[in-house]
Design a protein around this ligand. Structure first.
Ligand code: PEP
Ligand code: MN
Length: 338
């Protein structure tokens, strides 16, 4: 249920409504928009039949939300959400945000060298995993806190925002301390305790679509984070498992406009994990922007042959720079900046 407040509703009226909703045993989630404030009401709504809220001063209308994902839905919020990423960056408005860097943080020198190149090319967010979800327990698992320190150091040195994956509820506080943006990986999209935990932080969260998850399941997972109080969620299409085996995953390009229709949250595309091969990354990145995404997350490595993980899908810095020139043209055609 959504309570739409009148544009002239006073703070006292809003507080009164919130108090009433809470006393009814329901959970009010306030979203302050540019024009008006709306309150999402979570919980058994039947109770409102006997207590019609419409009569409260300051309320314009009370509407049911039909979608199972409430706070995430366009019904709840009509205009696009613009999320503050820190360091003066925003995602969800006209400017497309490009996040780039190695799959895994390996050492300071390598991250610094890659970061300098991606920044020079136009990226504004540095990616790098310190906790790596690997299929094999014998593969490189990431540097942990040491890696996060390196990422933060390089981000601070070059003035880049940072994004890194958190895999465990016990590490949320730690990762949050070092990065600007938390990442929930595809394998953890339905780790509901982890979703609730990042929902308790105020940090932006990149939520990657699960390997075999539907868009609806992705939106339901995002709902966990919003329902816990964190509205700063960025959805990521990174390819899904299909019968097609010429790519690592199948980039579901339709997911971009579908999510845009169903939700107000920003959407980014990860062409690297979709392709699995560096030679396909540029085409998929171009397609993502043409489909209307708000950003990209791309793997780049200066020595892909020696990369600790995902070398085959990592672009060389020079290829990343030339891709960026292509992306500028597509962004312009879409009436967006990059
Ligand atoms: C990654 O970003 O390096 C990663 C592991 O991605 P995903 O969770 O999409 O597989
Ligand atoms: Mn990777």
């Amino acid at each position: 249920m959504i309570i739409v407040l009148r544009p002239d509703a006073t703070q006292a009226q809003i507080d009164h409504i919130i108090d009433k909703v809470q006393k009814l045993g329901l959970k009010p989630m306030v979203s302050t928009g540019t024009e008006r404030t709306i309150i999402g009401v979570i919980g058994p709504e039947d109770i409102l039949r006997v207590t019609p809220l419409e009569v409260f001063p300051g309320i314009e209308k009370v509407m049911p939300v039909l979608a199972p994902y409430k706070l995430v839905s366009r019904e709840f919020k009509r205009e696009d959400s613009v999320i503050d990423l820190g360091r003066g960056l925003k995602i969800g408005d006209k400017r497309i945000i490009v996040m780039a860097g190695p799959c895994a943080i390996e050492n300071y020198e390598t991250v610094l060298a890659i970061a300098k190149e991606v920044k020079q090319a136009g990226a504004t967010v540095l990616r790098g995993g310190a906790f790596k979800p690997r299929t094999s327990p014998y593969s490189f698992q990431g540097l942990g806190e040491e890696g996060l320190k390196i990422l933060k150091q390089v981000g601070d040195d070059l003035g880049l925002a940072t994004v890194s994956e958190v895999m465990d509820t016990r590490d949320v506080g730690l990762v949050e301390k070092y990065v600007d943006i938390l990442q929930i990986g595809a394998r953890n999209m339905q780790n509901f305790n982890l979703l609730k935990e990042v929902g308790l932080t105020k940090k932006p969260v990149v939520l990657k679509r699960g390997l075999s998850s539907t868009v609806k399941e992705l939106l339901m997972s995002a709902e966990y984070i919003l329902a816990a109080g964190n509205f700063n969620v960025i959805l990521c299409e990174r390819g899904i498992r299909t019968f097609e085996d010429s790519t690592r995953n199948t980039l579901d390009i339709s997911a971009v406009p579908v999510i845009k229709q169903l939700s107000h949250l920003p959407v980014i595309v990860d062409p690297s994990h979709a392709a699995g091969k560096w030679g396909l990354v540029t085409a998929l990145a171009r397609a993502g922007i043409a489909a209307g995404c708000d950003g990209l997350i791309v793997e780049v490595h200066n020595h892909p042959e020696d990369a600790a993980s995902d070398g085959a899908q990592s672009l060389l810095p020079a290829n990343f720079a030339s891709m960026f020139q292509d992306l500028k043209k597509i962004a312009q055609a879409m009436d967006r900046g990059i």
